[in-house]
Design a protein around this ligand. Structure first.
Ligand code: DC
Length: 219
């Protein structure tokens, strides 16, 4: 029998990362941060100065890049032996990841890597297409979202806490642009799976979201 999967999909900044990490910890399950795979590929593309529309060139990098997560929850990530942990969370990295994520052959090239995270006793998979494309047979699926304004506010606070300079209205525009690109692309767009549970976290503290997710799994 295949290990169970809890798929948590939703737009950027909905709190998927925090919620998925904590739920995985509570359940003792593995954790896949699929966005970090797209982000790592984006870093490689930027480093090699490959055009974001060069599908064949990017697929080649996706096939050959050596990606290692030092911690199961993605705390430290190396790309071809170099630590890229700090570059992963940069806005440029996220925006480039969103641009190369529209390419169907690139998405296909990253499937196997994502499937390899499915191990006993189970996997919490966080992304955009976990419940629709990567793990369509997942027994548990949640679509986590929040208003664009709330998500921009949360991202702003995170950046300020990290000591990174940030502009709230710029972040809101970036989030709206990223939502549009992630939702309108033809290949595996951000879409709620028909059998997913919808959860709007705009007015929910993180503890309540985690309690609700655990309640849904134990049902
Ligand atoms: O979740 P994130 O912000 O780290 O993801 C960065 C980008 O990667 C996102 O804008 C679109 C892409 N992505 C994707 O297309 N599919 C996924 N499962 C995860 C991320």
């Amino acid at each position: 029998m295949l290990p169970p999967v809890l798929a948590i999909d939703g737009p950027s900044g909905a709190g998927k990362g925090t919620v998925s990490r904590l739920v995985a910890k509570k359940l003792g399950w593995h954790y896949l941060d699929s966005g970090s795979i797209y982000r790592a590929l984006a870093i490689a593309v930027l480093q090699k100065a490959i055009d974001v529309a060069d599908e064949a060139g990017i697929v080649e990098i996706a096939r050959t890049m050596e990606l290692a997560f030092a911690c199961a929850d993605g705390l430290a990530v190396t790309l071809d032996g170099n630590d890229i942990t700090h570059q992963l969370s940069l806005e440029t990295t996220g925006n480039t990841a969103s641009m190369i994520a529209v390419l169907p052959a690139v998405r296909a090239a990253l499937l196997e890597k994502q499937h390899s995270f499915r191990r006993m006793p189970g996997l919490v998979a966080d992304g955009r297409d976990m419940g629709t494309v990567v793990f369509p047979d997942a027994p548990h699926k949640i679509f986590l979202t929040a208003s664009a304004e709330k998500r921009a506010e949360r991202r702003y606070k995170q950046l300020i806490e990290k000591g990174v300079d940030a502009n709230l209205s710029r972040l809101l525009l970036d989030i709206q642009e990223r939502d549009r690109r992630d939702s309108e692309r033809a290949a595996a767009p951000l879409l709620m799976a028909a059998d997913a549970v919808f959860l709007d976290t705009s007015e929910m503290p993180v503890e309540s979201v985690i309690a609700e997710v655990l309640r849904l799994i134990n049902k």
